[in-house]
Design a protein around this ligand. Structure first.
Ligand code: 4AD
Ligand code: MG
Length: 427
Protein backbone atom coordinates (compact mmCIF):
# COMPACT_ATOMS: atom_id res chain seq x y z
CA UNK A 1 0.00 0.00 0.00
CA UNK A 2 1.09 3.57 -0.61
CA UNK A 3 0.43 6.02 2.23
CA UNK A 4 -1.88 8.17 0.11
CA UNK A 5 -4.18 5.14 -0.27
CA UNK A 6 -4.58 4.56 3.49
CA UNK A 7 -8.26 5.59 3.53
CA UNK A 8 -9.09 2.59 1.35
CA UNK A 9 -7.51 0.11 3.77
CA UNK A 10 -9.01 0.96 7.18
CA UNK A 11 -9.13 -2.17 9.34
CA UNK A 12 -6.97 -4.16 6.94
CA UNK A 13 -3.45 -5.44 7.28
CA UNK A 14 -1.08 -3.77 4.82
CA UNK A 15 2.61 -3.49 4.03
CA UNK A 16 4.21 -0.03 3.90
CA UNK A 17 7.70 0.56 2.48
CA UNK A 18 9.48 3.80 3.20
CA UNK A 19 11.90 5.84 5.23
CA UNK A 20 11.86 7.08 8.81
CA UNK A 21 11.08 10.80 8.92
CA UNK A 22 10.85 11.33 12.65
CA UNK A 23 10.19 9.38 15.83
CA UNK A 24 9.48 9.77 19.51
CA UNK A 25 8.91 7.18 22.16
CA UNK A 26 6.97 7.16 25.38
CA UNK A 27 8.45 4.12 27.11
CA UNK A 28 6.23 1.32 25.89
CA UNK A 29 5.01 2.97 22.70
CA UNK A 30 7.03 4.20 19.77
CA UNK A 31 5.53 6.80 17.42
CA UNK A 32 7.28 6.99 14.09
CA UNK A 33 6.51 9.18 11.11
CA UNK A 34 7.19 7.29 7.92
CA UNK A 35 7.35 8.72 4.42
CA UNK A 36 7.02 6.69 1.25
CA UNK A 37 6.99 9.40 -1.42
CA UNK A 38 3.20 9.72 -1.48
CA UNK A 39 2.84 11.18 1.99
CA UNK A 40 3.63 10.95 5.67
CA UNK A 41 2.03 8.51 8.06
CA UNK A 42 2.15 7.84 11.77
CA UNK A 43 3.31 4.36 12.67
CA UNK A 44 2.70 3.08 16.17
CA UNK A 45 4.81 0.25 17.56
CA UNK A 46 3.85 -0.94 20.97
CA UNK A 47 6.09 -3.13 23.12
CA UNK A 48 3.27 -5.63 23.52
CA UNK A 49 2.70 -6.10 19.75
CA UNK A 50 6.23 -6.61 18.38
CA UNK A 51 9.23 -8.60 19.57
CA UNK A 52 11.53 -6.92 22.06
CA UNK A 53 14.37 -6.98 19.53
CA UNK A 54 12.27 -5.24 16.88
CA UNK A 55 11.05 -2.67 19.40
CA UNK A 56 14.54 -1.85 20.67
CA UNK A 57 16.04 -1.61 17.17
CA UNK A 58 13.24 0.62 15.96
CA UNK A 59 13.60 2.87 19.00
CA UNK A 60 17.23 3.71 18.14
CA UNK A 61 16.61 4.02 14.42
CA UNK A 62 18.01 7.30 12.99
CA UNK A 63 16.17 9.58 10.60
CA UNK A 64 16.11 8.46 6.93
CA UNK A 65 16.72 4.79 7.72
CA UNK A 66 14.88 2.63 5.19
CA UNK A 67 12.33 0.15 6.48
CA UNK A 68 9.26 -1.89 5.60
CA UNK A 69 6.50 -2.88 7.96
CA UNK A 70 3.21 -4.71 8.23
CA UNK A 71 0.29 -3.62 10.35
CA UNK A 72 -3.36 -2.62 10.55
CA UNK A 73 -4.63 0.77 9.32
CA UNK A 74 -6.72 2.81 11.78
CA UNK A 75 -8.40 6.14 11.53
CA UNK A 76 -6.66 8.67 13.83
CA UNK A 77 -7.74 12.28 13.55
CA UNK A 78 -4.66 13.59 15.36
CA UNK A 79 -2.16 11.85 13.07
CA UNK A 80 -0.86 13.61 9.93
CA UNK A 81 -3.13 12.57 7.07
CA UNK A 82 -5.78 11.22 9.46
CA UNK A 83 -4.67 7.55 9.56
CA UNK A 84 -2.07 5.50 11.39
CA UNK A 85 -0.72 2.02 11.18
CA UNK A 86 -0.42 -0.20 14.25
CA UNK A 87 2.59 -2.26 13.45
CA UNK A 88 3.06 -5.97 14.12
CA UNK A 89 6.17 -6.59 12.06
CA UNK A 90 9.02 -4.30 11.07
CA UNK A 91 12.02 -4.90 8.82
CA UNK A 92 14.99 -2.52 8.69
CA UNK A 93 16.73 -2.36 5.27
CA UNK A 94 19.40 0.13 6.16
CA UNK A 95 20.13 1.92 9.37
CA UNK A 96 21.32 5.34 8.30
CA UNK A 97 24.32 6.92 9.98
CA UNK A 98 25.01 10.65 10.25
CA UNK A 99 22.28 11.84 7.89
CA UNK A 100 23.42 15.42 7.29
CA UNK A 101 20.04 17.17 7.25
CA UNK A 102 18.45 17.17 10.68
CA UNK A 103 15.11 18.79 11.53
CA UNK A 104 16.97 21.86 12.86
CA UNK A 105 17.54 24.92 10.65
CA UNK A 106 20.34 24.77 8.08
CA UNK A 107 21.87 27.50 5.92
CA UNK A 108 20.88 27.69 2.26
CA UNK A 109 24.42 26.99 0.99
CA UNK A 110 24.55 23.78 3.00
CA UNK A 111 21.11 22.72 1.82
CA UNK A 112 21.97 23.47 -1.80
CA UNK A 113 25.12 21.35 -1.58
CA UNK A 114 22.90 18.58 -0.24
CA UNK A 115 20.08 19.17 -2.71
CA UNK A 116 20.00 15.43 -3.52
CA UNK A 117 18.99 14.78 0.11
CA UNK A 118 17.15 18.05 0.76
CA UNK A 119 14.52 16.87 -1.74
CA UNK A 120 13.32 14.42 0.94
CA UNK A 121 12.13 17.19 3.25
CA UNK A 122 8.42 17.83 3.59
CA UNK A 123 8.65 21.32 2.12
CA UNK A 124 10.62 20.28 -0.97
CA UNK A 125 8.26 17.34 -1.42
CA UNK A 126 5.28 19.69 -1.45
CA UNK A 127 6.94 22.12 -3.89
CA UNK A 128 7.88 19.37 -6.36
CA UNK A 129 4.34 17.99 -6.21
CA UNK A 130 2.91 21.42 -7.08
CA UNK A 131 5.46 21.74 -9.89
CA UNK A 132 4.28 18.43 -11.31
CA UNK A 133 0.66 19.62 -11.03
CA UNK A 134 1.43 22.84 -12.89
CA UNK A 135 3.09 20.87 -15.69
CA UNK A 136 0.12 18.52 -15.92
CA UNK A 137 -2.47 21.29 -15.93
CA UNK A 138 -0.56 23.30 -18.52
CA UNK A 139 -0.43 20.30 -20.80
CA UNK A 140 -4.08 19.43 -20.12
CA UNK A 141 -5.08 22.97 -21.04
CA UNK A 142 -3.41 22.86 -24.45
CA UNK A 143 -4.26 19.24 -25.18
CA UNK A 144 -7.95 19.98 -24.50
CA UNK A 145 -7.78 22.78 -27.08
CA UNK A 146 -6.35 20.33 -29.65
CA UNK A 147 -2.87 21.79 -29.72
CA UNK A 148 -0.17 19.36 -30.87
CA UNK A 149 2.89 18.90 -28.67
CA UNK A 150 5.96 19.36 -30.87
CA UNK A 151 9.37 18.83 -29.30
CA UNK A 152 11.95 21.50 -30.10
CA UNK A 153 15.67 20.72 -30.42
CA UNK A 154 18.05 21.51 -27.57
CA UNK A 155 21.19 21.78 -29.72
CA UNK A 156 20.70 24.68 -32.10
CA UNK A 157 22.75 26.56 -34.69
CA UNK A 158 21.41 30.02 -33.83
CA UNK A 159 20.12 32.36 -31.14
CA UNK A 160 16.48 33.17 -30.45
CA UNK A 161 16.68 35.59 -27.54
CA UNK A 162 19.90 37.51 -28.15
CA UNK A 163 23.47 36.36 -28.58
CA UNK A 164 24.77 37.51 -25.20
CA UNK A 165 23.27 34.69 -23.14
CA UNK A 166 24.21 31.63 -25.21
CA UNK A 167 25.84 28.50 -23.85
CA UNK A 168 28.16 27.44 -26.62
CA UNK A 169 29.23 23.90 -27.31
CA UNK A 170 31.18 22.13 -30.02
CA UNK A 171 29.17 20.22 -32.61
CA UNK A 172 31.71 18.18 -34.55
CA UNK A 173 33.87 21.19 -35.24
CA UNK A 174 31.14 23.82 -35.64
CA UNK A 175 29.79 25.90 -32.80
CA UNK A 176 26.32 25.00 -31.54
CA UNK A 177 24.25 26.48 -28.73
CA UNK A 178 21.96 25.16 -26.06
CA UNK A 179 18.47 26.38 -26.92
CA UNK A 180 17.27 29.63 -25.34
CA UNK A 181 13.74 29.04 -26.63
CA UNK A 182 11.93 26.65 -28.94
CA UNK A 183 9.98 29.50 -30.51
CA UNK A 184 11.59 29.68 -33.95
CA UNK A 185 10.98 25.95 -34.43
CA UNK A 186 7.40 26.29 -33.19
CA UNK A 187 6.87 28.96 -35.85
CA UNK A 188 7.83 26.34 -38.45
CA UNK A 189 5.67 23.73 -36.73
CA UNK A 190 2.53 25.90 -36.50
CA UNK A 191 2.61 26.34 -40.28
CA UNK A 192 2.39 22.54 -40.47
CA UNK A 193 0.07 21.75 -37.54
CA UNK A 194 -1.81 24.99 -36.85
CA UNK A 195 -1.76 25.07 -33.04
CA UNK A 196 1.38 23.72 -31.39
CA UNK A 197 3.40 23.93 -28.20
CA UNK A 198 6.72 22.72 -26.94
CA UNK A 199 7.63 22.16 -23.30
CA UNK A 200 11.21 21.58 -22.41
CA UNK A 201 14.39 22.86 -20.83
CA UNK A 202 15.88 26.11 -22.11
CA UNK A 203 19.22 27.68 -21.28
CA UNK A 204 20.42 31.20 -20.63
CA UNK A 205 23.99 32.04 -19.70
CA UNK A 206 22.77 35.06 -17.77
CA UNK A 207 25.32 36.51 -15.44
CA UNK A 208 22.52 37.35 -13.04
CA UNK A 209 22.43 36.32 -9.43
CA UNK A 210 18.82 37.19 -8.61
CA UNK A 211 15.97 35.30 -7.05
CA UNK A 212 14.36 34.99 -10.52
CA UNK A 213 17.18 33.71 -12.71
CA UNK A 214 18.17 30.17 -13.50
CA UNK A 215 20.70 29.14 -16.14
CA UNK A 216 18.48 26.18 -17.04
CA UNK A 217 14.72 26.53 -16.80
CA UNK A 218 11.63 24.95 -18.30
CA UNK A 219 9.40 26.83 -20.66
CA UNK A 220 6.12 25.98 -22.36
CA UNK A 221 5.81 27.78 -25.69
CA UNK A 222 2.61 27.73 -27.72
CA UNK A 223 2.56 29.07 -31.27
CA UNK A 224 -0.58 29.54 -33.34
CA UNK A 225 -1.03 30.30 -37.04
CA UNK A 226 -3.50 33.12 -37.81
CA UNK A 227 -3.85 34.12 -34.13
CA UNK A 228 -4.40 37.83 -33.42
CA UNK A 229 -2.62 39.76 -30.68
CA UNK A 230 -5.86 40.00 -28.69
CA UNK A 231 -6.55 36.25 -29.07
CA UNK A 232 -3.01 35.57 -27.87
CA UNK A 233 -3.59 37.54 -24.65
CA UNK A 234 -6.90 35.76 -24.12
CA UNK A 235 -5.20 32.39 -24.49
CA UNK A 236 -2.66 33.40 -21.85
CA UNK A 237 -5.17 34.61 -19.28
CA UNK A 238 -7.36 31.53 -19.79
CA UNK A 239 -4.31 29.29 -19.35
CA UNK A 240 -3.05 30.98 -16.17
CA UNK A 241 -6.53 30.97 -14.64
CA UNK A 242 -7.01 27.29 -15.51
CA UNK A 243 -3.69 26.35 -13.90
CA UNK A 244 -4.30 28.36 -10.71
CA UNK A 245 -7.78 26.87 -10.27
CA UNK A 246 -6.47 23.35 -10.87
CA UNK A 247 -3.68 23.73 -8.33
CA UNK A 248 -6.02 25.28 -5.75
CA UNK A 249 -8.43 22.38 -6.18
CA UNK A 250 -5.85 19.59 -6.00
CA UNK A 251 -2.96 20.69 -3.77
CA UNK A 252 -4.53 21.87 -0.50
CA UNK A 253 -2.31 19.65 1.62
CA UNK A 254 0.84 20.86 -0.16
CA UNK A 255 -0.17 24.52 0.31
CA UNK A 256 -0.64 23.84 4.04
CA UNK A 257 2.79 22.25 4.31
CA UNK A 258 4.50 25.25 2.72
CA UNK A 259 2.18 27.66 4.60
CA UNK A 260 1.05 29.43 1.43
CA UNK A 261 -1.90 31.75 2.10
CA UNK A 262 -4.13 30.87 -0.86
CA UNK A 263 -6.45 33.90 -0.60
CA UNK A 264 -4.54 35.96 -3.20
CA UNK A 265 -4.70 32.98 -5.59
CA UNK A 266 -8.46 32.66 -5.11
CA UNK A 267 -8.81 36.14 -6.62
CA UNK A 268 -7.23 35.09 -9.92
CA UNK A 269 -9.82 35.17 -12.69
CA UNK A 270 -10.23 36.48 -16.22
CA UNK A 271 -9.99 39.09 -17.61
CA UNK A 272 -6.51 40.26 -16.61
CA UNK A 273 -5.86 44.01 -16.59
CA UNK A 274 -3.82 45.49 -19.44
CA UNK A 275 -1.35 48.32 -19.19
CA UNK A 276 0.15 50.03 -22.26
CA UNK A 277 3.93 50.39 -21.93
CA UNK A 278 3.57 54.19 -22.27
CA UNK A 279 1.07 54.21 -19.39
CA UNK A 280 3.33 51.94 -17.37
CA UNK A 281 6.15 54.46 -17.78
CA UNK A 282 3.76 57.22 -16.67
CA UNK A 283 2.70 55.20 -13.64
CA UNK A 284 6.29 54.50 -12.62
CA UNK A 285 7.22 58.17 -13.00
CA UNK A 286 4.26 59.08 -10.80
CA UNK A 287 5.65 56.65 -8.25
CA UNK A 288 8.93 58.56 -8.31
CA UNK A 289 10.99 56.46 -10.73
CA UNK A 290 13.27 58.24 -13.20
CA UNK A 291 12.30 56.10 -16.19
CA UNK A 292 11.68 56.99 -19.84
CA UNK A 293 10.28 55.54 -23.05
CA UNK A 294 12.89 53.07 -24.29
CA UNK A 295 13.95 51.84 -20.85
CA UNK A 296 13.43 48.22 -19.88
CA UNK A 297 11.84 47.38 -16.54
CA UNK A 298 13.89 46.09 -13.65
CA UNK A 299 12.52 43.70 -11.06
CA UNK A 300 11.50 46.55 -8.74
CA UNK A 301 9.68 48.36 -11.59
CA UNK A 302 7.71 45.17 -12.29
CA UNK A 303 6.80 44.93 -8.62
CA UNK A 304 5.66 48.57 -8.54
CA UNK A 305 3.43 47.98 -11.56
CA UNK A 306 2.02 44.65 -10.41
CA UNK A 307 1.14 45.90 -6.92
CA UNK A 308 -1.56 48.07 -8.53
CA UNK A 309 -3.55 44.93 -9.33
CA UNK A 310 -4.78 41.78 -7.63
CA UNK A 311 -4.67 39.80 -10.86
CA UNK A 312 -1.68 39.30 -13.16
CA UNK A 313 -1.28 42.32 -15.46
CA UNK A 314 -0.29 42.44 -19.13
CA UNK A 315 2.15 45.19 -20.02
CA UNK A 316 1.97 45.54 -23.79
CA UNK A 317 3.36 47.58 -26.69
CA UNK A 318 6.99 47.72 -25.59
CA UNK A 319 9.43 49.82 -27.61
CA UNK A 320 10.84 47.77 -30.50
CA UNK A 321 14.35 48.78 -29.43
CA UNK A 322 14.25 46.70 -26.22
CA UNK A 323 12.52 43.63 -27.63
CA UNK A 324 13.48 40.69 -29.86
CA UNK A 325 14.10 41.03 -33.62
CA UNK A 326 11.12 38.86 -34.61
CA UNK A 327 8.38 40.97 -32.98
CA UNK A 328 5.77 42.65 -35.18
CA UNK A 329 5.72 46.46 -34.98
CA UNK A 330 2.28 47.95 -34.34
CA UNK A 331 1.22 49.39 -37.71
CA UNK A 332 -0.38 52.39 -35.94
CA UNK A 333 2.60 53.04 -33.64
CA UNK A 334 5.68 51.46 -35.25
CA UNK A 335 8.06 52.53 -32.51
CA UNK A 336 6.34 49.83 -30.44
CA UNK A 337 5.80 46.11 -31.00
CA UNK A 338 2.77 43.86 -30.54
CA UNK A 339 4.30 42.17 -27.53
CA UNK A 340 3.17 41.68 -23.96
CA UNK A 341 4.75 40.51 -20.74
CA UNK A 342 2.52 39.08 -18.06
CA UNK A 343 3.52 40.26 -14.59
CA UNK A 344 2.44 38.08 -11.68
CA UNK A 345 1.05 39.59 -8.44
CA UNK A 346 2.81 39.55 -5.07
CA UNK A 347 6.13 40.81 -6.45
CA UNK A 348 6.94 37.90 -8.76
CA UNK A 349 7.41 39.90 -11.95
CA UNK A 350 7.35 38.57 -15.51
CA UNK A 351 6.16 35.00 -15.89
CA UNK A 352 5.20 35.16 -19.59
CA UNK A 353 6.70 36.88 -22.60
CA UNK A 354 4.81 36.77 -25.90
CA UNK A 355 4.22 38.56 -29.18
CA UNK A 356 2.95 38.67 -32.73
CA UNK A 357 5.76 37.62 -35.06
CA UNK A 358 6.80 39.52 -38.16
CA UNK A 359 5.28 37.69 -41.11
CA UNK A 360 6.60 39.97 -43.86
CA UNK A 361 9.82 38.74 -45.49
CA UNK A 362 11.41 42.13 -46.20
CA UNK A 363 10.67 43.55 -42.78
CA UNK A 364 12.02 40.46 -41.02
CA UNK A 365 15.19 40.58 -43.12
CA UNK A 366 15.64 44.26 -42.26
CA UNK A 367 15.13 43.61 -38.52
CA UNK A 368 17.65 40.76 -38.63
CA UNK A 369 20.23 42.98 -40.32
CA UNK A 370 19.53 45.80 -37.83
CA UNK A 371 20.20 43.29 -35.07
CA UNK A 372 23.44 42.14 -36.77
CA UNK A 373 22.27 38.55 -37.06
CA UNK A 374 23.97 36.35 -39.63
CA UNK A 375 21.23 35.97 -42.23
CA UNK A 376 22.70 32.72 -43.59
CA UNK A 377 22.07 30.98 -40.27
CA UNK A 378 18.39 31.91 -40.41
CA UNK A 379 17.63 31.00 -44.04
CA UNK A 380 15.20 28.33 -42.93
CA UNK A 381 13.44 30.83 -40.66
CA UNK A 382 13.09 33.32 -43.51
CA UNK A 383 11.67 30.53 -45.68
CA UNK A 384 8.60 30.55 -43.42
CA UNK A 385 7.93 34.07 -44.80
CA UNK A 386 8.36 32.91 -48.41
CA UNK A 387 5.93 30.00 -48.56
CA UNK A 388 2.42 30.84 -47.45
CA UNK A 389 3.33 33.34 -44.76
CA UNK A 390 0.49 34.17 -42.36
CA UNK A 391 0.11 36.30 -39.22
CA UNK A 392 1.04 34.22 -36.20
CA UNK A 393 2.08 34.56 -32.61
CA UNK A 394 2.71 32.82 -29.36
CA UNK A 395 4.35 33.13 -26.00
CA UNK A 396 6.58 31.42 -23.49
CA UNK A 397 5.62 30.76 -19.88
CA UNK A 398 8.46 30.05 -17.50
CA UNK A 399 7.60 27.09 -15.28
CA UNK A 400 9.88 28.02 -12.38
CA UNK A 401 8.76 31.63 -12.12
CA UNK A 402 5.14 30.53 -12.31
CA UNK A 403 5.71 28.00 -9.54
CA UNK A 404 7.63 30.54 -7.44
CA UNK A 405 4.57 32.79 -7.60
CA UNK A 406 1.91 30.11 -7.04
CA UNK A 407 3.82 28.61 -4.10
CA UNK A 408 5.02 32.06 -2.96
CA UNK A 409 8.66 30.98 -2.71
CA UNK A 410 11.39 33.48 -1.89
CA UNK A 411 13.74 32.21 -4.62
CA UNK A 412 13.54 30.12 -7.82
CA UNK A 413 16.25 27.77 -6.53
CA UNK A 414 13.55 25.76 -4.73
CA UNK A 415 11.33 25.46 -7.82
CA UNK A 416 13.43 23.00 -9.81
CA UNK A 417 14.80 19.67 -8.56
CA UNK A 418 18.44 20.44 -9.38
CA UNK A 419 18.86 24.18 -9.99
CA UNK A 420 21.63 25.48 -12.20
CA UNK A 421 22.60 28.83 -10.72
CA UNK A 422 25.34 31.29 -11.54
CA UNK A 423 28.58 29.29 -11.47
CA UNK A 424 26.95 26.46 -9.54
CA UNK A 425 26.27 23.09 -11.16
CA UNK A 426 26.65 20.66 -8.19
CA UNK A 427 24.96 18.28 -7.47
O1 4AD B 1 10.61 36.54 -22.28
P1 4AD B 1 11.39 35.34 -22.75
O2 4AD B 1 12.84 35.49 -22.94
O3 4AD B 1 10.66 34.90 -24.09
C1 4AD B 1 11.06 33.95 -24.96
O4 4AD B 1 11.97 33.18 -24.81
C2 4AD B 1 10.18 33.83 -26.16
N1 4AD B 1 10.93 33.20 -27.25
C3 4AD B 1 8.94 33.03 -25.77
C4 4AD B 1 7.98 32.85 -26.91
O5 4AD B 1 7.37 33.82 -27.33
N2 4AD B 1 7.83 31.64 -27.41
O6 4AD B 1 11.14 34.13 -21.74
C5 4AD B 1 9.84 33.69 -21.46
C6 4AD B 1 9.69 33.35 -19.99
C7 4AD B 1 9.85 34.54 -19.06
O7 4AD B 1 8.67 35.29 -18.97
C8 4AD B 1 10.19 33.84 -17.76
O8 4AD B 1 9.03 33.31 -17.14
C9 4AD B 1 11.03 32.69 -18.23
O9 4AD B 1 10.71 32.46 -19.57
N3 4AD B 1 12.47 32.98 -18.10
C10 4AD B 1 13.26 32.55 -17.08
N4 4AD B 1 12.98 31.80 -16.00
C11 4AD B 1 13.99 31.52 -15.14
N5 4AD B 1 15.26 31.93 -15.34
C12 4AD B 1 15.59 32.68 -16.42
N6 4AD B 1 16.86 33.05 -16.61
C13 4AD B 1 14.56 33.02 -17.35
N7 4AD B 1 14.52 33.72 -18.51
C14 4AD B 1 13.25 33.69 -18.94
MG1 MG C 1 10.86 38.39 -21.47
Amino acid sequence: MYIEEAKNFVGQEVEVKGWLYNSRSSGKILFMIIRDGTGLMQVVASKSDVSEEVFNNAKKLPQESSLTMRGIIHEEKRAPGGYEIIVNDLNILQQTENYPISPKEHGVGFLMDNRHLWLRSKRQWAILRIRSGIEKSLRDFFDSKSFTLVDAPILTPNACEGSTTLFETDYFGTPAFLSQSGQLYMEAACMALGKVYCFGPTFRAEKSKTRRHLMEFWMLEPEVAYITFEENLKLQEDMVTYVVKYILANYRNEFEIIERDVKPLQKIDTPFPRLHYRDAIGLLRKKGKDIHFGDDFGADDETLLAEEFERPVFVHHFPASIKAFYMQPDPGDPETVLAADLLAPEGYGEIIGGSQRINDYDLLLKRMKDNKLSVDDYKWYLDLRRYGSVPHGGFGIGLERTLAWIAKLPHVRETIPFPRLLEKIYP
